[in-house]
Write a new protein. Structure first.
Lengths: 141, 316
């Protein structure tokens, strides 16, 4: 079992803790760290360098912090696949437009939306990509 | 009858079954050149020219496997079809000649400055197959690059970077009895040099090979137009011959998809195929019919097939 490190902003602590419990139940060695605000890239990079080889990183952060940590993780030798995005329950979701690939923010999974870029009527699905951190929106004819 | 020759008819039982129907191939070939080569290559290149972001995606870490695949496919084209292709490699210097298209590609192996496109994008313009690279990482398979011109209602842009299991979690019943885990384990254990093949089928209304999710609003509406009278013209059995190959050098998995279409009017000429196709459509579970997009016109299609089976019986 690989080691798992969960990094979470204070505002997403509840989601991070839930992830920690789930991972623990499945037998993984898991630790959770709360991020300082603002995040210091150098400090994060150093901390990640000290982690065992093959550690999986799961992030519960906003978009800008996520980007910064991804860069730090890559510099510390983590591959793209070593870094996962945790699902944050905010009540709104990002929807990937299957027609033009635009990611529409702040949508609900229950209601159809109109893509802000191409105007396609989309039905949000539960098909989730952690790579895009978004759910697929299917076209409605 | 010529369209029937060489068509990979997928049904081996007179009833729909849900299985990983992969078989090992001997000889271990990852691609096939058919009589449609020139027409399909013209279409592939047009699509890549016009919709590159839709048809080609890659992550930087896929580059070594891309090089390995380019060498593998140029070699295979030349060794299996020496009258149509030649390939020479002297040290790092390579020369591929495509005599069917009167073109050549000269490059130095693993030197990106000698090619204008990424290796997978380049070699993909000389084969009829869609090409997908599944990176085999310590915790699963990930879609790391692909050249996909003829998808059946899916989006390469969306699934780029995704795990194998997440890509497939919309397929009805795939989570039952750990089926998807078994398939992933099966792929992970494929030995270098071996090729496994399976046939996957669906139905396309009209004869379009390129049916990506991105243009569903254009081609999807034709599903509403199928009647018992026009089914023979409109409906095409679509078969994807899918092959899996473990790259010996980089250990990633190459997934090739060769798509074939057969118009229903041609299919019904073969009595055994007509009967088998009918039985499979009839026994298809509703959620699979919905997933394959057949629900809208299943009644009309079955009536069309029954009429033709009845005609056949009367003719005997």
């Amino acid at each position: 079992m690989r080691h798992i490190l969960i990094l979470t902003e204070v505002r997403f602590k509840k989601d991070g803790l839930k992830e920690k419990e789930l991972r623990k139940e499945s037998g993984s060695s898991v630790e959770l760290k709360l991020l300082d605000s603002p995040v210091d890239r150098k400090k994060i990079e150093q901390m990640l360098k000290d982690k065992p080889l093959g550690t999986m990183l799961i992030l519960y952060t906003g978009g800008a912090t996520r980007k910064l940590i991804r860069h730090a993780a890559n510099s510390a030798g983590f591959s793209h696949e070593d870094v996962r995005i945790g699902k944050i329950y905010t009540g709104t979701y990002r929807i990937f437009c299957s027609q033009c690939h635009r990611i529409n923010g702040k949508a609900s999974l229950e209601k159809s939306i109109i893509c802000i870029s191409c105007g396609q009527h989309l039905e949000p699905s539960d098909h989730y990509s952690s790579f895009h951190d978004a759910y697929l929106g299917y076209p409605i004819l | 009858m010529s369209r029937l020759n060489g068509f990979p008819f997928p049904f081996t039982k007179d009833q729909y079954t849900y299985s990983n129907n992969s078989v090992p191939l001997d000889p271990a070939k990852t691609i096939t050149v058919t009589a449609d080569y020139k027409n399909e290559l013209e279409l592939i290149r047009k699509l890549l020219q016009k919709h590159h972001q839709r048809c080609f995606r890659s992550l930087p870490l896929s580059i070594e496997s891309q090089w390995e695949i380019m060498l593998l496919l140029f070699n295979e084209l030349a060794s299996c079809n020496p009258e149509s292709f030649t390939f020479q490699k002297m040290g790092g210097e390579c020369l591929f000649q495509n005599h069917l298209l009167a073109e050549e590609e000269a490059f130095v192996f693993r030197d990106v400055s000698t090619i204008d496109l990424e290796p997978l994008d380049l070699v993909g313009r000389h084969v009829q197959e869609d090409l997908i690279i599944m990176g085999d990482r310590h915790d699963g398979l990930f879609l790391e690059a692909g050249q996909l011109c003829f998808p059946s209602n899916w989006s390469l842009a969306f699934v780029q970077g995704m795990e194998f299991k997440s890509i497939h979690n919309q397929v009805p019943g795939i989570q039952n009895d750990g089926f998807i885990d078994k398939v992933e384990r099966f792929i992970s254990k494929i030995q270098p040099g071996a090729v496994w093949e399976r046939k996957n089928w669906s139905i396309t209304v009209t004869n379009k090979l390129d049916t990506p999710l991105e243009t569903y609003s254009v081609w999807g509406k034709h599903r509403q137009e199928v009647t018992c009278e026009n089914a023979g013209d409109l409906i095409h059995l679509r078969v994807e011959v899918q092959r899996l190959f473990r790259l010996p050098m980089n250990h990633d998995v190459l997934f090739t998809i060769h798509t074939y279409l057969l118009q229903l009017n041609d299919l019904i000429q073969q009595e055994s195929w007509l009967k088998s196709f009918y039985q499979n459509i009839k026994t298809l579970p509703e959620e699979i019919a919905e997933y394959k997009g057949i629900s809208t016109y299943r009644t009309e299609l079955l009536r069309f097939l029954e009429n033709h089976m009845e005609k056949g019986r009367r003719g005997r």
